[in-house]
Design a protein around this ligand. Structure first.
Ligand code: FDA
Length: 315
């Protein structure tokens, strides 16, 4: 409950225009702890750097709630350029996209299929391109209002391109997620399990952290037991230890799951898990539109708010 209140307070303050203005003008130096840079070369350099520690990368071009259909398609074109550049640099493309950024909820126009959701049209281009290079696209999960459409679009894309090339995310704070996981079983889906980063009402999300954590374990264990590839995306060491124990006890091999963490957070843990032979991947955001992403990281833990306040006072 306290976590929810803290998150709500931070995200509400972060949305206020004067705060956003101040942070956008003075906060970039601080945001660089969590964001790899503003352009593709910086993002690819971060992947290469992590590879030295045996950690793989998951590239994410930042951009949320992009408004016009033209901007959404231009954003998708930027993701295609990222995939090309990664392939060109000898990196197997692994990217995450937010369907809202590529037009989810907007009708395609002109050259797009009549009446089709623009998010699906653009996601199809992106997954197709990644597949050409043996790569993978994860459809990030956004606010609860988008879950139905995101899961339906994931189903379409997984049927067209195969679960080796596209996956999605379930959030353990949502009461519905266990049922959603079971309903996807026929696709042998590659799923990332997270706790959830948006402000959600109690009607749809557990308000208490203990319930969110318990549901997290349930989701991961159920997905591993079903024999599907599981991305355990958390910095929670207790959960990470429990998943390791669960895998050992149930004979789940180390190539059926991976640990995923955010760029700039617990690099020590990322490195030590990789050294123990676990697959580890860091989520590497980059791009000029870093503010919303940065705000969510601050909302996750007061330690990050202290980090930002100290930085602002120094700067
Ligand atoms: P929790 O918040 O309980 O933290 C566990 C421990 O890690 C604590 O000690 C905490 O202090 C530390 N910690 C957590 N976050 C930290 C931070 N930002 N800085 C420093 N320490 C931190 N969400 C979503 O809604 N949709 C999505 O698609 C994704 N995608 C995604 C991908 C990956 C790879 C990760 C790791 C996370 C996401 N998330 C996400 C975000 C996720 O929902 C959640 O908000 C964060 O992972 C934080 O929760 P933890 O699981 O780390 O646990």
């Amino acid at each position: 409950m306290i976590d929810q209140l803290y998150r709500k307070a931070v995200l509400t303050v972060a949305e206020r225009p004067p705060v956003e203005h101040l942070m956008r003008s003075r906060g970039w130096g601080l945001a660089q702890r969590f964001v790899a840079g503003e352009d593709i070369p910086s993002a690819l350099a971060a992947v290469k750097d992590l590879e030295k520690d045996g950690v793989m990368g998951n590239l994410d071009l930042l951009g949320e709630f992009i408004e016009s259909p033209e901007q959404c398609t231009a954003f998708a074109d930027d993701v295609l350029r990222l995939i090309e550049a990664a392939h060109g640099a000898g990196i197997k493309p692994y990217v995450s996209i937010k369907l809202s950024s590529v037009g989810q909820g907007k009708e395609g126009r002109g050259k797009h299929e009549a009446g089709e959701d623009l998010g699906l049209t653009n996601a199809r281009r992106i997954v197709g391109q990644a597949k050409r290079y043996g790569g993978f696209v994860c459809l990030d999960m956004e606010d609860s209002g988008r879950v139905d459409q995101t899961l339906a679009q994931f189903r379409t894309l997984a049927s067209e391109f195969g679960h080796e090339h596209v996956g999605t995310v379930l959030q353990s704070y949502l009461r519905r997620s266990l049922a959603d996981r079971a309903a996807l079983d026929d696709l042998s889906p590659n799923l990332r399990i997270v706790k959830g980063a948006y402000l959600e009402p109690e009607t749809v999300a557990y308000p208490d952290k203990s319930d969110v954590d318990q549901n997290y374990r349930r989701l991961v264990y159920a997905h591993l037991k079903a024999g599907h590839y599981t991305n355990v995306a958390t910095h929670d060491e207790q959960i990470i230890d429990d998943v390791r124990r669960f895998a050992l006890a149930h004979g789940v091999s180390k190539d059926q799951f991976e640990f995923q963490m955010l760029y700039g957070i617990r690099r020590d843990l990322q490195k030590s898990l990789a050294a123990e032979g676990y697959r580890v991947r860091a989520y590497i955001p980059y791009g000029r539109d870093w503010y919303a992403y940065f705000s969510r990281r601050i909302a996750e833990t007061p330690r990050n708010a202290v980090f930002v306040l100290r930085g602002m006072l120094k700067g």
